[in-house]
Design a protein around this ligand. Structure first.
Ligand code: GLU
Length: 195
C-alpha cells in the first residue's frame, strides 16, 4: 500500500501533487501517476519506477490545471507496469486507490457482462467502472462514489475526479489512512499529514 494525494484550488495542481508524492516516497512504490483536469478533459500521466521518471515526463510535456489527483503504487493485483499504474479511468471518471478490493473478481465479471472493457489487471479498475455505472444512472459524483463503495469489500483510500463535475474531488476511505486539509483557497487530501 502506498500513497495518494489530491488537490482542488486556485494554484497549478502538478507541483503540489508531485510534492506530495515525494513526501510519500518513504512508503516505497513501483510506479506513480497523476491526473489533472485540463480544460474540460482529464489528462493522465503515469510512469513505472521512481518518481523522477514521472517528473521527467511532466517536464517534457506539461500538464496544466488546478484540480488533480496523484498516486504511488505498490502493486497487489497485476504486475508493476504503466498500464496497471494509477490513475485509472472509466470514460470521464478518473481515480486513484490505495488498498485491496477483495471482491473485485465477481464485480469485474458483472461489469464485463454490462459491456465495460478493462484496460488493466488491477483490482482498482472495477471501482472506476462502478462509479461510471452510477453516474450513468443519473447520480452526482459524490452519490456515485457512495453507491460504488457500498458494493466493494476490502480496504480503500480513494480520490476521484470527473469530467462531469470539473471543480469537484471526492475522497473516501475504509481501512486505509486519508487526511483532509482545507484552506480558504484550496482543499487537499493525502495518505499522511506530511504529504
Ligand atoms: N490494489 C491496487 C493495485 O494493485 C492498489 C495498490 C496500492 O495501494 O498501491 O493497483
Amino acid at each position: 500500500m502506498c500513497g495518494i494525494v489530491g488537490y482542488v484550488g486556485t494554484q497549478e495542481a502538478v507541483p503540489i501533487l508531485v510534492g506530495g508524492l515525494a513526501k510519500l516516497e518513504y512508503r516505497g512504490y513501483d510506479s506513480s501517476g497523476v491526473a489533472v483536469m485540463q480544460g474540460e478533459k482529464i489528462v493522465i500521466r503515469r510512469s513505472v519506477g521512481k518518481l523522477v521518471n514521472l517528473q521527467q515526463s511532466l517536464k517534457e510535456k506539461e500538464l496544466k490545471g488546478t484540480v488533480g489527483i496523484g498516486h504511488t503504487r505498490w502493486a497487489t493485483h497485476g504486475k508493476p507496469s504503466e498500464q496497471n499504474a494509477h490513475p485509472h479511468r472509466s470514460k470521464g471518471c478518473v481515480l486513484v486507490h490505495n488498498g485491496i478490493i477483495e471482491n473485485y473478481q465477481p464485480l469485474k465479471h458483472e461489469l464485463e457482462k454490462a459491456g465495460y472493457e478493462f484496460h488493466s489487471e488491477t483490482d482498482t479498475e472495477v471501482v472506476a467502472h462502478l462509479i461510471d455505472k452510477y453516474l450513468n444512472k443519473g447520480q452526482g459524483l459524490m452519490e456515485a462514489v457512495r453507491s460504488a463503495t457500498k458494493e466493494v469489500r476490502g480496504s480503500y483510500a480513494l480520490a476521484v475526479i470527473s469530467e462531469r463535475e470539473p471543480g469537484t474531488l471526492i475522497a473516501a476511505r475504509s481501512g486505509c489512512p486519508l487526511v483532509v486539509g482545507r484552506t480558504k483557497q484550496a482543499s487537499y487530501v493525502a495518505s499522511d499529514v506530511m504529504a
